[in-house]
Design a protein. Structure first.
Length: 677
């Protein structure tokens, strides 16, 4: 690993034997934060041992400051190793103590060769958006190719259906020559592009594919971890595109076609073992087909639960593009039924940064949002996020100091280009980043809304100051936007924080269900320690679910908070903190709060940029991520469970980390569990 900057081993030695302040200690004294780290983020090292938290912090900080140093040297800018060392030590200490962390992407690849040797930031990007309005007669498949490749890199991608307005005619292609698909990411994308373009460009032949050189199912993937899925997901995608357009020569490409193409790409990517893949599909509020995309009675194939012929509607979160003042009555019934569509107010997104400030129209080019809807993005734009944890700080001054290093991490990532030229042109113009806060709900419950407002406002102003000074030092543009609230989820578990602006689902006492591959050597440890271990309902032969009883610092659980309080907290964060957006999924009880959905949509338009909903109520699905339990239940587990020594796991009795599952929100897991019942 070639890094131009490293923290010294003498410095790191002071942390290697210290007790790590993991979040969410369970009833046995084990930390769900540490277990999540081992399962999700701790890479296998060359000697076969697992990374410790100190190792990961050192790798991240080394990678981060190496990028800065390399940038300064390449551009002949001032650089001081001694000043950098002092800054890096404090950045390390604050990360080690969970005052801030990179997103899961950064925990996984920052400081590795794929970033620091190849000098490519694509693997660090959290999110992207591409508009199908960019479809051209020369290369209709181009936006879909970007969607596919970015998804294969684990980036969450949003897209729209505006390409249907470009008047594309479907053609019947002739059979072309044989094409041997290379065993590369580019090979998969090129083969898909060839198929789609053969139907949307006149006089274009559809190749006959040879899949023989694609690595077989089960072969390890060195770069990103995990194992290959074989050629089957790609074969299936090709076949589904053929089936979609068969017999339709002369017809026009529709919005439903575009939705199907994007969703089928996502399913292929997920099946191909890129576990963190998610999509957002944006459509028109007056399009009945769009509003019915997840209605089985209208589109049975795309909503099929048949294991032999499963649907693909689940692959995206669907949202309508709206403007303040536009009537939303027609979508309320669907929201009450299944939580969709979400709403994206594009006029507010383009006019405003933070809603506390006057409109500045800086983001007038925005075309859409990423899957979790916290970052407004131009077409082909990517964005990097970073996380801070409010409740890990003793004072607002402490929090503001942490923001220096969190901001600097995200800004540093903008110094590296991706391999997409269109994307680089936009990203280097905008330098958009998203410095996020988690633990917002717990902080508000504990300290009150006035204190929260002060911390967020003071924090935002100090980030703007840092951006002015660091942009000047680095010789780059100030960021068009700098703050956000991401949904968090997995990363916030390491710190034991409520995710983003959401209340902890389980409240004070809950069971946290975590899925492990059956080959994971940690599973027998949980069994021996008498944890409840069950076959996963969606994959009983390959995956097991372990239930961890947790006592948190939360004063209220999500279901104890009204729909009004939830959306009001999001609006507070949008007003005081986020100049991008606030990712919020407002859960509500369909039995008691359905009538309030339309009311809060009307009341909070203009006070939010995005919002989505999730009906919850008292419905219970097997093996949900969180299940609330009583204090008595929790105490009973303390008498049953045993602490676990993970020394052997760190020493190499382990498999490589699996990365994040689909998107980072528990709502995504819940959705998939429901769909598999």
């Amino acid at each position: 690993m070639a890094l131009s900057f490293r923290l010294t081993e003498d410095f790191l030695a002071g942390y290697r034997d210290k007790k790590i302040p993991w979040g969410y200690q369970d009833a046995a004294g084990n930390s769900v934060g540490e277990i999540t780290f081992l399962r999700t983020y701790s890479r296998l090292k060359e000697d076969g041992t697992k990374e410790t938290w100190t190792d990961v912090c050192a790798r991240v900080i080394g990678g981060m400051y190496s990028i800065q140093k390399d940038h300064a040297k390449i551009n002949r800018l001032p650089w001081s190793d001694s000043k950098a060392a002092a800054s890096a030590k404090e950045a390390f200490d604050r990360m080690w103590n969970f005052k801030w962390t990179p997103p899961g992407r950064g925990l996984w690849v920052m400081g590795t060769d794929i970033v620091n040797v190849q000098r490519n930031s694509a693997a660090l990007q959290n999110c992207a958006f591409v508009s199908t309005d960019s479809m051209t007669k020369h290369n209709p498949a181009e936006p879909f190719a970007f969607l596919m490749e970015a998804s294969m890199l684990g980036v969450g991608v949003g897209f729209d259906d505006k390409g249907a307005d470009k008047d594309f005619t479907i053609f019947a292609p002739q059979e072309g020559d044989t094409y041997v698909i290379p065993d590369t990411r580019e090979g998969w994308v090129e083969s898909f592009t060839a198929v789609l373009n053969s139907y949307l460009k006149p006089d274009t032949k559809r190749p006959v594919f040879d899949y023989s050189v694609i690595r077989l199912e089960g072969v390890p993937i060195k770069t990103f971890g995990g194992t290959a899925a074989g050629p089957e997901p790609l074969k299936k995608l090709h076949g589904q595109i053929d089936k979609m357009f068969a017999g339709r020569a002369g017809e026009k490409l529709t919005r439903v076609d575009i939705a199907d193409i994007g969703n089928l790409i996502g399913v292929c990517v997920v099946s191909g073992n890129v576990r963190r893949s998610a999509e957002l599909l944006m459509g028109r509020i007056d399009d009945a087909d769009f509003l019915n995309l997840k209605n089985p009675s209208v589109f049975p194939d795309r909503n099929s639960y048949d294991p032999a012929n499963p649907g693909w509607a689940w692959m995206s979160n669907n949202s309508v593009e709206a403007s303040v003042g536009q009537k939303l009555d027609g979508i309320v019934e669907g929201i009450v039924r299944n939580g969709e569509p979400g709403v994206i107010w594009m006029d507010v997104s383009r006019k405003y940064g933070r809603l506390k400030d006057a409109p500045n129209n800086k983001d007038w080019r925005v075309m859409g949002y990423n899957p979790c809807a916290e970052q407004s993005l131009e077409s082909y734009e990517c964005c990097t996020l970073v996380e801070t944890y409010l409740n890990r700080h003793d004072s607002v001054e402490d929090f503001k100091r942490t923001l220096k290093f969190a901001y600097l991490y995200a800004k540093t990532v903008t110094l590296l280009p991706t391999h997409w030229e269109k994307t680089n042109a936009i990203m280097q113009r905008n330098r958009r980043i998203g410095t996020s806060v988690s633990g917002v709900a717990n902080f508000a419950d504990t300290n009150g809304l006035p204190t929260l407002r002060k911390w967020l406002d003071d924090g935002y102003m100090v980030i703007k100051d840092y951006d002015r000074s660091y942009s000047e030092w680095l010789g780059i543009r100030e960021s068009i936007k700098t703050t956000t609230v991401k949904p968090s989820g997995t990363v916030s578990i390491l710190a034991g924080e409520s995710p983003g602006v959401h209340w902890t689902v389980g409240g004070k006492h809950f069971l946290r269900a975590i899925r492990f591959r059956n080959a994971d050597p940690m599973l027998p440890l949980f069994t021996m320690a008498q944890y409840t271990v069950e076959p996963a309902s969606e994959d009983p032969t390959g995956t097991s679910v372990v239930f961890f009883p947790v006592k948190s610092n939360a004063l209220r659980s999500e279901k104890e908070v009204s729909i009004h309080d939830k959306i009001d907290l999001a609006a507070t964060a949008q007003y005081e903190w986020s100049d991008n957006s606030v990712s919020v999924t407002v859960s509500f009880d369909p039995e008691t709060e359905s009538e309030a959905v339309g009311e809060v949509l009307h009341r909070y338009e203009g006070k939010l940029k995005t919002v989505s909903f999730l009906p919850s109520g008292n419905a219970v699905y097997p093996q949900m991520p969180y299940t609330q339990i009583t204090e008595e239940d929790y105490e009973s587990y303390t008498m049953k469970l045993f602490p676990i020594d993970f020394t052997g796991v760190y020493a190499g009795m382990a498999i490589d980390a699996i990365g994040e599952n689909y998107c980072t929100t528990d709502a995504c897991e819940v959705k998939l569990i429901k769909d598999n019942q």
